[in-house]
Design a protein around this ligand. Sequence first.
Ligand SMILES: NC(=O)c1ccc[n+]([C@@H]2O[C@H](COP(=O)([O-])OP(=O)(O)OC[C@H]3O[C@@H](n4cnc5c(N)ncnc54)[C@H](OP(=O)(O)O)[C@@H]3O)[C@@H](O)[C@H]2O)c1
Ligand SMILES: [Zn+2]
Length: 343
Amino acid sequence: MFMKAVFFKKSGGLDVFQYGELPTPKPQMGEALVRVRAAGLNRLDVWLREDKENTRNILMPHISGSDAAGVIEEINGESSLKVGQEVVLNPAIPCGICLRCKKGELCELVKIFGVKNQGSYAEYITAPISQFYPKPQNISFAEAAAFPLTFLTAWHMLVGRANLQKGETVFVWGASGGLGSSAIQVAKYLGAKVIAAAKSKEDAKQIREIGADEIVIYTEGNVESAIKNLTSDLGVDVVFESVGEKTWSTTLAMLRPFGRVVIAGTTSGDMGTQDLSDIYVRQLSIFGARMGTKEEFEKVLELVAAEKLKPIIDKTFSLKDAVEAQKRMVEGKHLGKIVLEIL
Ligand SMILES: NC(=O)c1ccc[n+]([C@@H]2O[C@H](COP(=O)([O-])OP(=O)(O)OC[C@H]3O[C@@H](n4cnc5c(N)ncnc54)[C@H](OP(=O)(O)O)[C@@H]3O)[C@@H](O)[C@H]2O)c1
Ligand SMILES: [Zn+2]
């Protein structure tokens, strides 16, 4: 049996993508086969495609896509889920055997669906049955594929790592992106004050609608002095980082003493510089974050079902237009999540 998929046989630019047929995966014992109805895009998909040296050892041909929602087609093993049920995938796959897993903490080797295995830019996927959850009925397949990876990570960053408290102030970089737009909502849910970065006035309006209390247009003027004005010279308690090289020195400068940075990405480059004395003189903390735990995923799912967190869809594309979809992300035209719909 064959299925339609978007894949690449070698890494490179957008032109390496092919739309064609690949064998339909077969569920191994303990796995389910799901007919994908929507696949959410993440920046990770771009990094995987561009991985010119293939340092991540991706098996070729590779199908990208970490977020998926669809319908169960086949179950190979025990499960409370049923064939025909609408489901959403938790893309963070723990090893299940490391010490941290045994303690119910975030797996030290947590795998991201769609990196070492075939992802969701396809008609079918297989994954361990325990990674699938009933799709909340009040959201569409596209919305269900638009929240898992980014809301899980944003929750883990702000709750699991930075321990953001009600009444604290957080600054969010990359607020137009999937991760940043999720972070605004998580921070508001926690009762924090949110200051978000926007590249333009048009973005600023939409970012406010997502929930940001204040906006700093980082392409106009000095971000550090804008933050001073907005915080009575104090600085912020937490900075939510995923941009990296271009923002790192400003990130540290805008923190108040005992402030925390939580970082999960380096979209603009990996090499940040900093005055190390800053860290101890002002007693700052830097937290790294990657994906999240099963419990964190379940919490996020519950809040999405309760409409306390809302997947923000920028635009949907059909599977065969995955190139256009990724182009939109690479060109930074999106606000929220780009999703492939697979009918
Ligand atoms: N560690 C993890 O588990 C994890 C999970 C999810 C994402 N991430 C990482 O977090 C980052 C964001 O992911 P995402 O899926 O939210 O991506 P995205 O939707 O493309 O968002 C990235 C945002 O960063 C901002 N940005 C600022 N400077 C930029 C630059 N020089 N180049 C590109 N973008 C720039 C843009 O927002 P503005 O235009 O509003 O500034 C853009 O919308 C990526 O690096 C990704 O790999 C990591
Ligand atoms: Zn583990």
